[in-house]
Design a protein around this ligand. Structure first.
Ligand code: PHE
Length: 337
């Protein structure tokens, strides 16, 4: 019996030592109610009185030893599992984090905001007008009656005979003057539409910013000073401006305004096409007819207005050679801003 017990012990300890051992199965096999050790103990009745306590003691010792081995193996396995898990889920907190791509404003938005900023700084308020506009505001209230040839240069998209997509932001002048009495000092950015074919410098949808100032004693000098301030802030301190006579039906006198080329300083280069000057906007003194139609007495008040294309300013400022880049949303282009 002693040999049987020793044999069970040796077998059990060896089986438990195997790394792949199923510990619970082995516990049942050796120590369970129907286990090998229990079976031996059941046979103890056949032993002599002297032998019984000795074998009993031995059997208990062996049971204790197997139990200890089971406990040790379980602990070891548990420790190994934790270690494996730690290894598998290892986290290196020193690895630099992934950079989350952050969006940013579109170049047109950047320029529009900068324009707003400049004029807000001069005390202007921002106002908006509808893109779907009445013929009355887009043309008639701006001294462009039906059949006026000035309409031809701003051919646009008609919705009905009297409703159209505005071809300029100038209708906001009339809308503002109807609602608000002088002093008026507003800037109005927004989309405008013209039935132009798409090319490097044209788009049927583009953006303008309109400025309007009306008060007592406003002169062309105020217009010049304002535009000079704007040009220097936008294109650099050395920038000069030049007024060329022009015609707009809603301003009198009217001018096209150029800035000295901010690349060559006026000497002539590729950007200014050898001219030394770059046209950037249209402007003039608000026509008395326009003031009158909006209920403002031209004998008491005067004003100036100007309008510029946001795309044009953006293209000059960032040296963009094709307007289509501004609408195609190619990230290789947009990422540069
Ligand atoms: N609305 C004119 C244009 O689109 C520009 C302009 C605005 C001219 C205000 C004079 C005064 O060409």
């Amino acid at each position: 019996m002693r040999e049987t017990l020793e044999k069970i012990k040796a077998e059990a300890l060896e089986a438990l030592s195997a790394p792949s051992a199923n510990i619970e199965d082995l516990r049942i096999k050796y120590l369970g109610k129907k286990g090998e050790l229990t079976a031996v103990l059941r046979g103890m009745g056949k032993l002599s009185a002297e032998e019984r306590p000795v074998i009993g003691q031995l059997a208990n010792d062996i049971r204790a030893e197997i139990e200890a081995k089971i406990e040790a193996m379980t602990a070891e396995r548990h420790a190994r599992e934790i270690e494996e898990k730690l290894e598998a889920e290892r986290l290196d907190v020193t690895i630099p984090g992934y950079k989350i791509a952050q969006g940013h404003f579109h170049p047109l938005t950047l320029v529009q905001r900068q324009l707003e900023e400049i004029f807000l700084g001069m005390g202007y308020s921002i106002v908006e007008g509808p893109e779907v506009e009445l013929d009355y505001y887009n043309f008639q209230a701006l001294n462009i009656p039906k059949d006026h040839p000035a309409r031809d240069t701003q051919d646009t998209f008609y919705i009905t005979e009297n409703i159209l997509l505005r071809s300029q932001t100038s209708p906001v002048q009339a809308r503002t003057m109807e609602k608000q009495k002088p002093p008026i000092k507003v800037l109005s950015p927004g989309r405008v539409y013209r039935s132009d074919a798409v090319d490097a410098t044209h788009s049927p949808l583009f953006h303008q910013v309109e400025g309007l100032v009306v008060d007592k004693g406003i002169t062309m000098g105020d217009l010049k000073g304002t535009l000079e301030m704007f040009a220097k802030t936008m294109f650099g301190e050395e920038t000069k401006i030049r007024f060329r006579p022009h015609h707009f039906p809603f301003t009198e006198p009217s001018a096209e305004v150029d800035v000295s080329c901010f690349v060559c300083g006026g000497k002539g280069c590729r950007l200014c096409k050898g001219e030394g000057w770059i046209e950037i906007l249209g402007a003039g003194m608000v026509h008395p007819n326009v003031l009158r139609m909006c209920g403002i007495d031209p004998e008491v008040y005067s004003g100036f207005a100007f309008g510029m294309g946001v795309e044009r300013i953006a293209m000059l400022k960032y040296r963009i050679d094709d307007m289509r880049h501004l609408y195609e949303n190619d990230v290789r282009f947009l990422n540069q801003f």
